[in-house]
Write a protein that binds this ligand. Structure first.
Ligand SMILES: O=C(O)C(=O)C[C@]1(C(=O)O)C=C[C@@H](O)C=C1
Length: 371
C-alpha cells in the first residue's frame, strides 16, 4: 500500500471512531442527567477502574495496553467535563463584591517609601499614603486581619522569574487576587553623594534585584549582600559610614538624595515585574478575564496531564503554571495556575466545581484582568 492508501484507511477509521465517540458522549449526557436527579458525584473512581481493567484485557497486546488505557482515561476525562457542564453550569454564582480602589482606606506594601511595590501601588491607587510593612508576610497578615483593605505584592519578574517567597505565602494565608499590575523596573546603582564607583566594594539589595543585575555585578566584581527590600537597602546606604551602594529604582535614589553611579544595570533592557493586588474577600472587577487557582494533585501517573486536559477541552488558555514545594518533608508541590475565563462563564464554573469536588487541596484565589 502507498502512503495515500494508508492515509485513506486511517481517515475511514477516524470517521468510525468519531461517530462512536459522539454516541458514547450522548450516553454520558444521559448519565449526567441521572446523576443530577439523584445528586450523585460525577466522578466514579470504581467504575473508571472497571472500564480501564476491561479495556486492558480486551487490548490483548502488551505494547498497546498503556496507550489504550491512556486513550480511555482521556475519553472519561472529557466525559466528566461534559457531565460537569450539564450539572454545574447553572450552579449559583460565587458571592463577591466589586473592588473599590478609589474608596480604599488603607493599602499595605512591603518595604519603605520608594520601594517598587509603592510604584506599583501608585499605578492602581494613585498618589496617596501607603502603609509599609517590614516583610511580605506582614502584608498578608494585615490583609487577613482586615488591617488594610488591599495588599500589594510582587509575583513575577521578566528577568528573574517568579517571586518564590510570595508564592510560598500564598499557600499559607487566605486572600484573593483582585488585580494584576505590571511595572517597568529600572535598576540603578546608588551611593551617598560624593562616593566614587571605584570606592564601592559591596552592594545591598533585594535578592530578586541582585539576580536581575548579575552581568553588571560580575563585571564590576562587587560583593552582593541580600537585603529585605531595594528601598530599605537604599536607606541603609544613606545611613552608613562605609562606601557601600544599593541597587534600587532611580525614583528611590532621587527621593533619598543618593548619587546614581550607574543607570540601567539590569541584565535585560526590558525588565518588568508583575504585582498582585490582594484583598480579604472575593472581589470581581467587570473587566476580569483570568482566574487564579492553587491546588495539589495526586502523585499518580498522568495526573498533571489529566488536569491540563480539563483546561484544554474547555477552551481555557493556561496563562501561568507555577509550582512550589508544600514543605512537609515530601517532594510534593502546590500548583498555582492562571487561566483565561470569567468566573461567571458556565464552563469556568463547571471546571472550578469539578476541581473543588475532586482535589483535596483546591482554592480559587481570585480573578483579574490579565495585562
Ligand atoms: O459511569 C459513570 O458514572 C459515568 O459517568 C461514565 C464515565 C465514563 O465516561 O465511562 C465517566 C465518569 C465516571 O467517573 C465514570 C465513568
Amino acid at each position: 500500500m502507498d502512503l495515500k492508501q494508508l492515509r485513506d484507511g486511517i481517515d475511514d477509521i477516524d470517521s468510525s471512531i468519531l461517530s462512536l465517540f459522539m454516541k458514547r458522549m450522548e450516553l454520558c449526557k444521559g448519565v449526567a442527567d441521572f446523576k443530577k436527579e439523584h445528586n450523585m458525584p460525577v466522578f466514579q473512581g470504581g467504575r473508571e477502574q472497571e472500564v480501564i481493567d476491561r479495556i486492558k484485557e480486551l487490548t490483548g497486546n502488551k505494547e498497546l495496553e498503556k496507550g489504550t488505557a491512556a486513550l480511555f482515561t482521556t475519553i472519561m476525562d472529557i466525559s466528566k467535563i461534559l457531565q460537569n457542564r450539564t450539572i454545574h453550569a447553572a450552579a449559583p454564582d460565587y458571592i463577591y463584591t466589586s473592588p473599590d480602589f478609589a474608596g480604599a482606606r488603607t493599602i499595605g506594601c512591603q518595604g519603605t517609601s520608594g520601594a517598587n511595590s509603592e510604584s506599583a501601588a501608585r499605578k492602581v491607587f494613585g498618589d496617596r499614603a501607603f502603609t509599609f510593612y517590614p516583610s511580605f508576610e506582614d502584608v498578608f497578615k494585615a490583609v487577613q486581619a482586615g488591617e488594610v483593605d488591599y495588599g500589594v505584592l510582587p509575583v513575577q519578574n521578566s528577568t528573574a522569574g517568579s517571586v518564590d517567597s510570595t508564592y510560598d505565602l500564598m499557600a499559607k494565608y487566605p486572600f484573593y487576587i483582585v488585580k494584576m499590575v505590571t511595572l517597568e523596573i529600572n535598576h540603578c546603582l546608588a551611593a551617598k553623594k560624593g562616593t566614587m564607583l571605584e570606592d564601592i566594594t559591596c552592594v545591598y539589595s533585594h535578592r530578586q534585584a541582585l539576580s536581575q543585575c548579575e552581568v553588571f555585578l560580575s563585571r564590576t566584581g562587587l560583593k552582593k549582600h541580600e537585603y529585605s527590600n531595594t528601598a530599605t537597602a537604599a536607606e541603609k546606604v544613606l545611613r552608613s559610614e562605609e562606601p557601600i551602594a544599593a541597587i534600587c529604582s532611580v525614583d528611590c535614589a532621587e527621593k533619598l538624595g543618593l548619587e546614581i553611579l550607574a543607570r540601567d544595570i539590569a541584565d535585560c533592557t526590558i525588565n518588568r515585574t508583575q504585582f498582585i493586588i490582594i484583598s480579604r474577600d472575593l472581589q470581581v472587577a467587570n473587566d476580569s478575564d483570568s482566574v487564579s487557582v492553587m491546588l495539589t494533585i495526586p502523585h499518580t501517573e498522568g495526573s498533571l496531564y489529566r488536569l491540563l486536559t480539563k483546561f484544554f477541552v474547555n477552551n481555557m488558555n493556561l496563562l501561568r503554571i507555577e509550582s512550589r514545594p508544600i514543605r512537609d518533608g515530601s517532594f510534593d508541590v502546590m500548583f498555582f495556575l492562571d487561566f483565561s475565563g470569567k468566573l461567571s462563564d458556565p464552563s469556568v464554573k463547571a471546571v472550578l466545581r469539578d476541581l473543588e469536588e475532586n482535589l483535596e487541596d483546591f482554592r480559587c484565589i481570585g480573578t483579574f484582568k490579565s495585562e
